[in-house]
Design a binder for this molecule. Sequence first.
Ligand SMILES: Nc1ncnc2c1ncn2[C@@H]1O[C@H](COP(=O)(O)OP(=O)(O)OP(=O)(O)O)[C@@H](O)[C@H]1O
Ligand SMILES: [Mg+2]
Length: 400
Amino acid sequence: MTTKVLVIDDETSIRRIFETLFRFREETLLTAPDGESGIELARTEQPHVVISDLKMPGISGIEVLRAVKAMPFHCEVVLMTAYATLDAVMDAVRVEAYEVVTKPFEGTAQIDHLIDRALEKQTMVVERQRLLESLKQANQDLEARVQERTRELQQALDNLHKHQDMLIRQEKMAAVGQMLAGVAHELRNPLGIIENSRLDLQDRLGTGASPELAAGLERIDRQVQRAKKIIQQLLDFSRYGSEGTEIIDVRNLVTLTQQLLEHEIKTHGIMFSAKFQDALPPIKADPDSLKQALLNIMLNAVQALAPQKDRRLNVEVGSSAGAVFISVSDSGPGIMPQHMKDIFNPFFTTKAPGQGTGLGLSLAYVALARAGGRIDVASEAGQGATFTLWLPSAPQTVKI
Ligand SMILES: Nc1ncnc2c1ncn2[C@@H]1O[C@H](COP(=O)(O)OP(=O)(O)OP(=O)(O)O)[C@@H](O)[C@H]1O
Ligand SMILES: [Mg+2]
């Protein structure tokens, strides 16, 4: 790009001086006889240095200076004046004139020198701006890289915590499971004896039992059955190794579970919806424990919704990154933040005594872990709860 110098002066003789001078200089000289055309020329030509008379008819040198300084490129401005009043100089300095020189000039050497220095300053300022710009850019890049790395590290840390939590929970559950299996076995015998004794009593009394006695025997039977169910759950919880795993169609699994709950859903007037992604990959798991897990989670949602005004239950089934998910969302009261860490623990329940054993979620947790999956929970008090079951999709087999 050629270096350009613009001279603005209404005096022809001054413009001539510059024209003569620039015959010996390598820069291109542009001239204008007044401020208005000078500003226009500066706008189109973007000169490196503007040398303007201070006092001209029409637009003054100060106005030229202001206009040029507001343009989107950097150029140095030299103002020339025959009478350098202090006010004029102060004005010029305030608007960043490079220099104010008095006319007449002392000789061409003075002008040459002035132009050289102004051009040098212009180059330096532009270079500094360029450096500052690239420094700013480098800083932004660095900041973006640091943010990116921090995000990655945070993600890795979160994953690590998740896995740690899972491991701790699994270990804890294995230990609890062993203990529970022992207790459950021990309880089976006395429970069997109670049941047999009740049958014996009933046989002996035959039809002659008073209504109070018959009601008492029935109560014993109900509670024995309930205790047996709990014992069965405890044994399920502590059962190890994968039971017969099968290829499972998740769509079927959800539909079957929903059918099991149909009565409850209708009774409580719950708005139920299910959304299935097309072409779901199959999964491999023990069908009974998986059905039980989904049932426990959907039943919890139904139970949470029952006393609510707004009762919505949505199930969404899809796949992502080699895993199938079943997400169960309810518009219930949600889970209190302080309970979040406990809900998968065996026997944790917020239900009234006799209403829940607190085994539903721990059983579901174990079932998912055995199938190589996991359960995620998202909930805020008052905002409902979403339980998402993740299961790794089974390797594709070729059907003949
Ligand atoms: N959808 C839900 N909304 C609100 N709270 C929930 C939800 N699901 C689970 N919880 C909370 O988690 C606790 C533990 O659930 P879990 O299924 O393990 O036991 P439970 O439902 O209390 O008893 P059980 O399932 O043995 O009848 C519940 O008592 C409840 O506080
Ligand atoms: Mg439950």
